[in-house]
Design a protein around this ligand. Structure first.
Ligand SMILES: *Cc1c(COP(=O)(O)O)cnc(C)c1O
Length: 429
C-alpha cells in the first residue's frame, strides 16, 4: 500500500515514509491510495484492541519496512483498556479513551507513532526533531510516548494561558529530550508556526524535522482501531451497527471513525460535536468553507478554527452534499457544556470532562427516531484533567487516576517564545 498527498502531487510513498515526513512536500496531507474492504467476519477470533488493530492496519503496512514489526507495535502501543461502558442498556454507552498514560485519547495515536518512529530511526547521525503544536492533550501524549527515546527530540508548542494547569504540567514535566515552549498566541498560531517550519527549505536542510500532530498518518491509522473494536464487539452481540458521537476539534478522531466505517466496520451514524468553534457546522449549513481564528472555550482541546484534517475529509467528499450524508455536526456552547456536566452527574453519577460533555449534549438533542438507536459517546479525556472546570460545577472532588497522579508529582520546566520562526529555531538541534 502506498500513500499520496491530498494536493495532487503524484509521488506515492510507503506508510513509514509518510510517518517520517508528516506533511507532504506540496503542503498536503497523506492519504492511502486505496481502501481495503473488510467484513466483520475478517476479525473473528480477535478480541483485544491490539489484535483488531493489527488486522485492520496490516493492509496499510503491506510492503512497508515495518510490516513485520506491526504486531509488536500494536501490542506495545495499545496496552491499556479502551472499554465501552453502557449507561443505559442497548441505548447509551461511553467509549472510554482515557485510560492511557496521560488520560486522553491522544495516547493511542502518540504511542503508536512513537513505537513506529523508534524503529525507523536506525542510527542516524543527527537527532530527529518532532514538532508538535498542541491545544492541550496532544503535546502531553506525544511527550509521554517519546520520553527517553534515543535519537528523537520532541519540541512541544502550546498557547499561553489556553490550556488547563494540569494539562500544562503534562507538557512540561519530561526528560532532556522533550522541549516545552509556551507560545504567546493561540493554538492556530502554534500550528501555523509548525507548518512554516516545515515549508522552510533551508531549515529542513539544516535540521531533521518531523511532526506528530493529528495530520500524521501514524496517529490516524491506530485511532481507527477503537472504533473497529467497539463496533465489532456490539455487532457480535446484537448483529446491529453501533452509532457514534465524537467531540471534534482538528477532526483527527472523527476522521478515524469515518475511515473505519469506509473500510467496512459495522458503524452506523456518525455525529460530530464541536464547541463554539463553528467552522464545520457553518460549512455543512452554507456550503462555504471559511476557516477562521479559534475562540477559547471550556473544551479547550477542541478550540480549532481551521481544522486541518478537513482536507482529508474533502478528499473523500468533494461536494458538501455528500459530506452532509456522511456525517452530521452540532455546535455546543460553554453554557450547554456546564449544564451537561451537571446533568450527567445527576442522572448517572458519571463525572465527564468538558469535551465529552459536547457529545452528551448532541445525544440529548437527537430527534426521537435517532434516539432509539444504540449510541456510543466518545469520552476523549478523564474529568480529572479538567478539575478546575468540573469540580466547582459538581461541588466535589474528581478522584485522580494513578497515572495522572504520578505525572503531577514530577518537576516542570518550559520556555516562553513569540510565535515566530526566529524564536523557534534556537530550540532545534
Ligand atoms: C484533541 C482532543 C479532542 C479533539 O480531537 P480532534 O482529533 O482534534 O478532533 C477532543 N477532546 C480531547 C480531550 C482532546 O484532547
Amino acid at each position: 500500500m502506498r500513500f499520496h498527498s491530498t494536493r495532487g502531487n503524484p509521488e506515492s510513498i510507503t506508510a513509514s515514509e509518510a510517518i517520517n515526513r508528516g506533511l507532504a512536500p506540496d503542503g498536503g496531507l497523506y492519504i492511502p491510495e486505496a481502501w481495503p474492504a473488510f467484513q466483520p467476519e475478517d476479525f473473528d477470533g480477535l478480541n483485544t484492541v491490539a489484535e483488531v488493530a493489527n488486522r485492520l492496519i496490516a493492509p496499510f503496512f503491506a510492503g512497508d519496512p515495518l510490516e513485520n514489526d506491526l504486531a509488536e507495535i500494536c501490542h506495545q502501543a495499545l496496552n491499556f483498556p479502551i472499554p465501552t461502558r453502557w449507561l443505559e442498556s442497548d441505548r447509551l454507552a461511553m467509549l472510554e479513551l482515557f485510560h492511557g498514560p496521560t488520560a486522553a485519547f491522544k495516547d493511542v495515536g502518540a504511542r503508536f507513532l512513537a513505537a513506529c518512529m523508534q524503529r525507523l530511526q536506525g542510527d542516524a547521525a543527527k537527532p530527529l526533531n518532532i514538532l508538535v503544536a498542541t491545544s492541550g492533550d496532544t503535546g502531553g501524549a506525544v511527550a509521554a510516548a517519546f520520553d527517553g527515546v534515543p535519537g528523537i527530540r520532541v519540541v512541544v508548542l502550546y498557547p499561553k494561558g489556553l490550556v488547563s494547569p494540569r494539562q500544562e504540567h503534562q507538557l512540561c514535566c519530561w526528560g532532556e529530550n522533550i522541549v516545552s515552549l509556551r507560545v504567546a498566541g493561540r493554538f492556530d498560531d502554534c500550528q501555523a508556526l509548525v507548518k512554516q517550519a516545515f515549508n522552510d527549505g533551508a531549515l529542513r536542510e539544516q535540521f531533521r524535522l518531523s511532526s506528530a500532530n493529528s495530520i500524521s498518518i501514524g496517529r490516524l491509522l491506530p485511532q481507527m482501531s477503537y472504533y473497529a473494536h467497539s463496533s465489532l464487539q456490539y455487532w457480535r452481540e446484537t448483529g446491529k451497527r453501533l452509532n457514534y458521537i465524537i467531540p471534534t476539534g482538528n477532526v483527527g478522531n472523527s476522521l478515524a471513525c469515518i475511515w473505519a466505517r469506509k473500510l467496512g466496520l459495522p458503524i452506523g451514524e456518525i455525529r460530530l460535536a464541536t464547541n463554539a468553534n463553528r467552522t464545520i457546522p457553518d460549512y455543512l449549513q452554507s456550503g462555504e468553507w471559511q476557516p477562521r481564528e479559534s475562540v477559547a472555550t471550556l473544551a479547550s482541546a477542541m478550540d480549532v478554527g481551521a481544522p486541518s484534517n478537513m482536507e482529508r475529509l474533502f478528499h473523500l467528499h468533494p461536494q458538501v452534499d455528500s459530506l452532509r450524508q456522511a456525517i452530521a455536526v452540532q455546535s455546543v456552547s460553554d453554557e450547554e457544556i456546564r449544564q451537561e456536566i451537571q446533568r450527567v452527574w445527576q442522572r448517572w453519577q458519571e463525572m465527564i470532562c468538558p469535551h465529552t460533555a459536547t457529545a452528551f449534549k448532541v445525544w440529548e438533542d437527537l430527534p426521537d427516531d435517532l434516539r432509539q438507536l444504540p449510541w456510543n459517546l466518545v469520552a476523549t479525556a478523564h474529568a480529572a484533567k479538567f478539575d478546575s472546570i468540573v469540580e466547582p460545577l459538581l461541588g466535589r472532588q474528581v478522584p485522580l487516576p494513578a497515572a495522572l497522579a504520578d505525572i503531577l508529582e514530577r518537576p516542570a520546566r518550559r520556555h516562553d517564545i513569540a510565535p515566530t520562526l526566529e524564536a523557534l529555531v534556537p530550540f532545534l538541534a
